[in-house]
Design a protein around this ligand. Structure first.
Ligand code: BYC
Length: 322
């Protein structure tokens, strides 16, 4: 007689034990057993997140030399430097999953890994620095505050420090926006134009709608994600509209309205065709961003060689001394 279902294997038992730990709210640590698919998903998500931090330095780095005062220049330099640091923490976190960061960087440079769509838009005016700090870092905070409770311990811990720094970035951005919004008519027009250009791309940062998000089901089940893309996008809109109103600006959405029943600011349709174009490499600045990263990588070759030679020299001296 043929059995109707196969007996559970040792692998099935391990998966069940892993899922029971997740269900109990335990944190998964690097040396713990985990399904290969969980490991792969985290490597994908963390590496794309790290790449986004590093590529995210480019649109703002572009304005460091043109910041309008020494104070603004200092805080913008500090912000851009923080983003580089965030990339490093998250690459380190990804390495705890058994990958080599050089391979991850290679995937960014050869175009096989994604990074956040938002950084493929140009930064055309000083007001963009305010609006990026406010909206882009604001969206990142909404996403990452939840990620600080993700099931993979090293990622969750990296998010705690990163969110603290992102809060500072958001405040410096909103301060720039407030100053311009209360400034001359030309400054007001400049900041309104920046909001018009960055509003919809900021909403796209949360990813495709839940019905078109192939990874969400698995990630939610394993508590890597704790909220869906649409839930977080709605939370961002609800938090941000009162801030828009406080500085008497508007968002470019004629369908935006408050729904008293749900307590949500309901927004109009997102242009998913544009989003898909950008994540497939056809956004306004994709080529420019990757060219800049490749050039920076090549220019840094001598630094990597010098650091390796220095480490080898010290290692051989330590061996000789022993
Ligand atoms: N841009 O199934 P889905 C920052 C891709 S850095 C590009 O929903 P998932 C900052 C997605 O990867 C902000 N691609 O995916 C830095 C997937 O493609 P693959 C970065 C996107 O993973 C400097 C496909 O679309 N933050 O804030 O469940 C200065 C289907 O999507 C995007 C993070 O990375 C996008 N916007 O959810 C200032 C946070 N959205 O990989 C600020 C960590 C989706 O299957 N990541 N895709 O080929 C996440 O929370 C999630 O990965 C996402 C996507 C919500 C982004």
């Amino acid at each position: 007689m043929t059995p109707t279902s196969a007996a559970p294997t040792a692998e099935d038992a391990r998966v069940a034990a892993f899922e029971a730990r997740i269900a109990a709210g335990e944190s998964i640590e690097p040396k713990d057993w985990m399904p290969e698919r969980y490991r792969k998903q985290l490597i994908r998500m963390m590496s794309q997140h790290a790449h986004s931090e590093v590529v995210g330095m480019l649109p703002e780095g572009n304005w460091i030399t043109r910041a309008p005062s020494l104070r603004r220049k200092m805080s913008l330099i500090a912000k851009v430097q923080d983003e580089g640091g965030h990339g490093l923490y998250i690459y380190c976190g990804a390495e705890t999953l058994g990958v080599d960061r050089h391979d991850l960087v290679e995937q960014l440079l050869n175009g096989t890994a994604k990074y956040s769509s938002i950084f493929n838009y140009p930064t055309l005016s000083w007001a963009d620095m305010g609006v990026i700090g406010w909206l882009v870092d604001g969206a990142a905070i909404v996403n990452q505050t939840i990620l600080a409770k993700t099931s993979y311990g090293p990622y969750a811990r990296a998010m705690i420090r990163i969110c603290k720094e992102e809060n500072f970035h958001k405040r410096q951005g909103y301060e720039i926006v407030t100053t311009l919004a209360r400034g001359t008519p030309a400054q007001r027009a400049m900041v309104q134009d920046a909001v018009n250009r960055f509003w919809w791309p900021s909403l796209m940062m949360f990813g495709p709608s839940d019905t078109d998000s192939p990874n969400s089901g698995e990630l939610l089940r394993w508590k890597v994600k704790r909220k869906t893309n649409d839930e977080l996008r709605q939370r961002f809109v609800n938090l941000t509209i009162p801030q828009v109103q406080a500085v008497e600006l508007t968002v470019p959405d004629p369908d935006l309205h408050y729904d008293a029943t749900s307590g949500n600011w309901e927004f109009g349709a997102i242009d998913w065709t544009e989003f898909n174009q950008v994540i497939r490499g056809n956004g306004p600045c994709n080529k420019e961003r990757l060219d800049a990263r490749r050039a920076a990588h090549e220019d840094g070759q001598w630094v990597r060689e010098a650091a390796t030679a220095y480490a080898e020299k010290h290692a051989s001296r330590a061996t000789e001394a022993a």
